[in-house]
Design a protein around this ligand. Structure first.
Ligand code: BGC
Ligand code: ZN
Length: 423
């Protein structure tokens, strides 16, 4: 029987997990000619089996389940042909941002390795330059600056319609977070469906595209959900938290013409108050004024975007929201904290005030696009303010220990990111 190349594994996800075109083609040949299938759980086994040489690249990884296990790992350099149907986009990584999620993954509170690996490459906020594309790719070309979405489809109807950000499955796939390797490495490849172009004029805001996409989704969710009211024109918005999601949400709400209060712990003046005020928001320190006092003085908000990382504040927000208002919770709280809640009064007020609470996580391609548009509008409306968020560059993947130190110990480090390569 003449050998020919056929897809080894009909299931796309499984196939791309082999991640090696030579392995795929040799196995395919075997399957076609000898009518048997080889199943191996690890890439090492496959490589040994077929004596395959490959070029390696460095990656920063953790061993999920083991606390403080961040280390340098090796991955095969990916290739456009790893993605089926000529839809591959090979990206040279220039910068990767890290956030509290990476810290929690390194604390072993969160995250799982992809099948076949005992490590997970971290980093889900990427910025890079396209190096090569498959012949079917239309959206980007070599030399384009890009970022890439985080979540990959599972099996629900939402995943099937391109909305993996609202998957109804308990298990989800996120690059750099859960069951898929991230971007803290030298190259990555992905389907063009997940690649998002960054305008060259926003190159200096690089890794903000991903957190901006999450802020864009959070605000969008409020407006979509509030359609229940037939008319909703929020005038006063609060943003609790002045980390990257808080500040970027502040920007979006200001661009929508709202009076915005950005509320955080630190007394002003500080960098976060400077950025908030640079975006035309009023910065309030909870060290100086409680949420209750602020509501009594300036009126209850129509909308709260909650991004403090504190479940206690998330619940406290429920006590101050105005009638017909909406709260969007975005904080990811991996701990076990418990707080007392005045449940009778919250329950009563929420019922009598027709109030709404929405949880929002992740973002899909469209949220990246609208977030990037708002970054551009933000740059021309409040010139030079947004880049102040990018506080702590770390040079090179080898400096991963410094990256983690800044993330864990430096309370003033608003945004830590790694300069992986020049470009
Ligand atoms: C990421 C999101 C992700 C979420 C939950 C966040 O840090 O930015 O993309 O969905 O963590 O894993
Ligand atoms: Zn994140």
């Amino acid at each position: 029987m003449k050998s020919r190349l056929i897809p080894l594994l009909p299931h796309e996800t499984a196939r791309s997990e082999w991640n090696h075109p030579i392995v795929d083609s040799r196995l395919s040949t075997l399957v076609a000619s000898k009518n048997f299938v080889i199943v191996a759980r690890s890439h090492e086994t496959l490589r040994a089996l077929f004596n395959i040489s490959h070029s390696n690249m460095k990656a920063i990884a953790v061993r999920p389940g083991t606390s403080n296990s961040v280390h340098v790992a090796e991955l095969d350099k990916p290739s456009v042909s790893d993605i089926p149907d000529d839809r591959g986009v090979l990206v040279r990584v220039l910068k990767v941002g890290v956030d509290a999620t990476d810290r929690e993954i390194n604390d072993a509170l969160y995250g799982n390795a992809p099948e076949g690996y005992d490590f997970l490459v971290i980093g889900h906020e990427c910025f890079g330059i396209v190096e090569e594309v498959g012949s079917a790719v239309k959206k980007v070309q070599p030399g384009d600056y890009v970022t890439c979405t985080v979540r990959r489809p599972g099996g629900s109807i939402f995943d099937a319609i391109g909305r993996s950000d609202i998957t109804s499955e308990e298990e989800y796939y996120e690059r750099g977070i859960n069951l898929r390797h991230g971007y803290l490495t030298e190259y990555f490849v992905d389907d063009e469906e997940f690649i998002v172009r960054m305008p060259v004029g926003l190159k200096h805001l690089h890794v903000l595209a991903e957190p901006m996409s999450c802020a864009a989704k959070a605000v969008e969710q409020a407006f979509l959900a509030q359609k229940r009211l037939q008319v909703w024109e929020p005038k006063r918005a609060w943003v609790t938290g002045s980390g990257q999601i808080g500040l970027l949400s502040t920007l979006i709400l200001r661009l929508r013409g709202m009076e915005v209060f950005t509320i955080a712990r630190g007394a002003k003046p500080n960098l976060k108050s400077e950025i908030s005020e640079g975006l035309g928001s009023t910065y309030i320190s909870t060290a100086e004024k409680s949420l209750q006092d602020l509501a009594a003085e300036c009126g209850k908000p129509d909308l709260i975007i909650e991004a403090t990382g504190s479940s206690a504040i998330a619940f406290e927000c429920m006590e101050v929201l105005g009638h017909n208002g909406c709260i969007v919770w975005t904080s990811i709280t991996g701990g076990q904290r418990k707080v007392d809640v005045p449940s009778d009064s919250v329950n009563l007020n929420w019922v009598l005030g027709n109030k709404l609470l929405v949880g929002s996580v992740n973002a899909n391609f469209r949220h990246f696009e609208s977030g990037i548009s708002d970054l551009a509008l933000g740059e021309v409306t409040y010139p030079g303010v947004l880049q102040k968020i990018l506080t702590n560059p770390v040079d090179g993947l080898d400096n991963y220990a410094e990256m983690m130190r800044l993330l864990v110990e430096d309370k003033d480090a608003l945004k830590v990111y790694v300069n992986v390569a020049d470009g």
